[in-house]
Design a protein around this ligand. Structure first.
Ligand code: NDP
Ligand code: BG6
Length: 486
């Protein structure tokens, strides 16, 4: 593998450093980049949360959580010792303007490192914490702020966050994370589309019948149940991850891969999404919650049992989305995501149109349309399904077989996790991997309309047993269009 280029020295304050995201993703990612010598030794990580911990207690917390998720002996690992020394803990209620901000000011001191604030906090704190940073003059010129998805819980809250954070940090200093944009296989989508001549001429309503995007999870809401129950699958996954994937599949070819060139093309797709009103909501959007079932033979309780209370929150959603522009007229994008489904996988399937005339008239088998399957996780791959003749004597028998590019077999190397890539991109100032304000707001406008239509039409909440691929209604949605989920 080519040598990694170190980033510039930085001081990164993680607000919410004792939370699930910081301990489960951000700190392990930083540790891995440290081990690969990508982080200069003069960099510092300043952890902020309300718990009264000292540096050593926080380092122990980070160590323990790392060991829970990774097989690695840290006892005699000099990398770990050196990394731990970079961690400082500051107890602070960041929502409180008069809190002990002076401690944080002292830690930053006169350091000239690039200054970064990562808000791994509930979104309701994004605006007040930004304002507190300004009030305490911590937002020195050149500093950057990182906001996690979801930005707000609807268009209005998102706009308010954007306004208030935008009053403190310029748009070029705001990095809104959608971690799907940091995944290797998602990055490859642009190269697959625009680095090959093969696909683009038929990447439109003439060549494509429909597109399916599935992000299926086998886990439930887990430790994040209290957040998840207020959000549901539409806000948690569709508003951000699935719409971003759809944009990358549907957008026009950008003139270059500059951050704003690509983000402007994505925005046009979000703006062209046909709103789903009350009259069509039950035909075009299915909402469902899992009941008890089994995953890989292990019994799993239903969502409300796991939550310990009654709930009308959807854990599954499937949507027939349509893009009102020339390229995609009449081509539905079926989006589907859910928790406690049969297995964890994310896939984009491009179903091409059937051949116009069957010249083969085979003795056995029928010509099937080509299909491009882009497997995002867990086992990244690109498969192009082709018709072939089954080898052998006698009559013509057809076989539908994949031309298969498996990442594991082809590239034989490890690549960084999405958060590792995104954190390094923040430090490098590469905004292309992050959502721009107008993208987030356009995505919320379309999502809000669905939420409103659900309410107006009192859309029923379907159920599906844990360990299945969702409710029957979702299969019926496609069956009405003479299609099926692949
Ligand atoms: P958690 O509830 O696990 O953690 C929240 C953190 O914020 C804790 O460290 C908490 O510590 C701290 N905190 C809360 N209030 C304050 C305050 N007033 N001042 C200082 N610290 C405070 O949440 P997550 O880590 O799961 O999520 C954080 C953000 O990341 C959310 O916006 C979430 O939607 C987003 N996200 C999370 C993902 C995940 O995998 N966990 C994935 C994608 C996005 P304490 O209460 O002790 O102060
Ligand atoms: C997060 C959602 O953004 O993405 C979680 O809040 C979900 O509910 C997670 O589990 C899925 O991410 P990944 O990378 O595991 O597919």
């Amino acid at each position: 593998m080519a040598a990694l280029v170190p980033v510039e020295p930085f001081d990164l304050a993680i607000f919410g450093a004792t939370g699930d995201l910081a301990l489960g993703k951000l700190l392990p990612s930083l540790f891995h980049r440290w081990c690969d010598r990508q982080i200069p030794e003069s960099s510092r990580i300043i952890a902020v949360a309300r718990d009264e911990l000292d540096d050593d207690a926080f380092r122990q917390l980070v160590r323990q959580r790392y060991l829970d998720g990774h097989e690695r002996n840290l006892d005699e690992d000099s990398n770990w010792q050196a990394f731990a020394e970079r961690l400082t803990y500051v107890p602070l209620n960041a929502a409180d303007r008069d809190g002990s901000w002076d401690k944080l000011q002292d830690v930053f001191g006169t350091s000239e490192n690039l200054r970064l604030f990562y808000l791994a906090l509930p979104p309701s704190l994004y605006a007040p914490v930004s304002e507190n940073l300004a009030h305490h003059a911590l937002n020195v010129p050149g500093s950057r702020i990182v906001l996690e998805k979801p930005i707000g819980s609807n268009f209005h809250t998102a706009r308010e966050i954007n306004e208030r954070v935008g009053a403190v940090f310029g748009e070029d200093a705001i990095f809104r994370i959608d971690h799907y944009l940091g995944k290797e296989s998602v990055q490859n989508l642009l190269i697959l589309r625009f680095g090959n001549f093969l696909f683009e001429p038929m990447w439109n309503a003439t060549g494509i019948d429909h597109v399916q995007i599935t992000v299926a999870e086998s886990v439930g809401a887990g430790k994040r149940a209290s957040y998840y129950d207020t959000a549901g699958a539409l806000r948690d996954m569709v508003q951000n991850h699935l719409l971003q994937l759809m944009c990358l599949v549907a957008m026009e070819p950008p003139s270059d891969l500059g951050a704003d060139t690509v983000r402007t093309e994505k925005l046009k797709i979000l703006q062209a999404l046909r709103p789903i009103g009350r009259a069509e909501i039950t035909d075009k959007v299915i909402r469902a919650q899992y009941s008890s079932g089994a995953i890989k033979g292990v019994a799993v309780p239903g969502y409300q049992e796991e939550l310990g209370s009654k709930s009308g929150t959807e854990t599954f959603v499937s949507v027939k989305a349509e893009i009102d522009n020339w390229r995609w007229a009449g081509v539905p994008f079926y989006l589907r995501t859910g928790k406690r489904m049969s297995r964890r996988y994310s896939e984009i399937v491009i179903q091409f149109k059937p051949v116009p005339h069957d010249v083969v008239q085979a003795d056995s088998g029928k010509i099937q349309p080509n299909r491009l399957i882009i497997r995002l996780q867990p086992d990244e791959a690109v498969r192009l399904m082709l018709m072939t003749k089954d080898p052998g004597p006698g009559g013509v028998r057809l076989r539908y077989v994949p031309l298969n590019l498996s990442y594991a077999d082809t590239f034989e190397k490890d690549y960084p996790d999405a958060y590792e890539r995104l954190l390094m991109a923040v430090i490098r100032g590469n905004l292309g991997l992050f959502m721009r304000r107008d993208e987030v707001e356009a995505a919320w406008r379309w999502t809000d309309r669905i939420l409103q239509s659900w309410e107006d039409a009192q859309s029923p909440l379907q159920t599906y047993p844990a360990g299945t691929d969702g409710p029957t209604a979702s299969a019926l949605m496609l069956a009405r269009d003479n299609r099926e989920w692949f």
